[in-house]
Design a protein around this ligand. Structure first.
Ligand code: ATP
Length: 239
């Protein structure tokens, strides 16, 4: 068996006296979609922030064999671990096209950047139709597509997504889910997805963890989560 691409071991994060993450461990294999579900304030964002190097932590996080504590956040990005935050962080007055190009700003492989632009426009035809539109005038769903598209322009090996479906209409949620599965199948992308929308995560993830109040309550495969009575009752609303 090959080593996991991303491995989190005994991760603890404190905000002052508040113990936000209490010994989280999980490992993500190359090419899989991994879902982290849990209620408001459970610690999902904190976990992604720790992996991205945005918050201090105890414990270890290895990415492709490298201990991320030894690497600066910019280098983590250059090494292909790309984080699409819940806030999306778009450049509001830049066009769709310009925002996408910003995602490629550290790349030197110009031909591949051009190919990736076309790939993103193929993946999200709504962006293609709006190449010159300012990001701030796009709908929430279109902005989410743009945020994912811009992350893809960084040529990720692992894409971390925080709540990509938050506030979006069902038809757009479907588009985002289809895009993630296409990226997994065709580009071999590894995806770490934090979601309050458990149904979305359960639909698309190969394996999942459930976090409650900073602790992992359950980890397992897609099928194990589907069949788990507690998950079904508390998180999917199926009795
Ligand atoms: P949501 O789905 O609502 O975004 P979450 O699972 O992503 O929730 P976090 O945002 O990681 O949860 O928050 C975990 C806990 O840490 C919460 O109790 C939150 O209030 C607290 N917290 C998060 N960021 C900070 C901060 N910068 N300072 C102090 N406490 C924080």
């Amino acid at each position: 068996m090959t080593d996991p691409l991303l491995e989190v071991e005994d991760l603890n994060v404190y905000y002052g006296k508040s113990h936000a993450l209490k010994g989280i461990s999980l490992s993500i294999n190359e090419g899989e979609i991994y879902g982290v579900i849990g209620p408001n304030g459970a610690g999902k964002t904190t976990m992604l922030n720790a992996i991205a190097g945005f918050v201090e932590y105890d414990g270890t996080i290895h990415y492709d064999g490298t201990d991320l504590a030894t690497v600066k956040p910019q280098q983590i990005v250059r090494d292909g671990l790309i984080y699409c935050t819940e806030d999306r962080d778009l450049f509001p007055y830049f066009s769709v096209h310009e925002n996408l190009l910003m995602g490629a700003q550290f790349r030197t492989d110009r031909d591949a950047v051009q190919d990736d632009l076309e790939m993103v426009y193929d993946l999200f035809p709504r962006l293609d139709e709006r190449r010159t539109q300012e990001a701030e005038t796009m709908s929430g769903g279109e902005q989410q597509m743009l945020a994912v598209g811009r992350a893809l322009m960084s040529d990720p090996d692992v894409l971390m997504l925080d709540e990509p479906t938050l506030g979006l209409a069902p038809v757009i949620i479907q588009d985002i889910g289809d895009a993630l599965e296409t990226l997994q199948a065709e580009a071999g992308l590894t995806i770490l997805l934090a979601e309050q929308n458990s149904t979305f995560a359960l639909t698309h993830a190969d394996r999942l963890s459930l976090i409650e109040t900073g602790e992992i309550e359950l980890s397992g495969t897609h099928d194990e989560f589907h069949d788990n009575e507690y998950v079904r009752e508390a998180y999917v609303g199926v009795h």
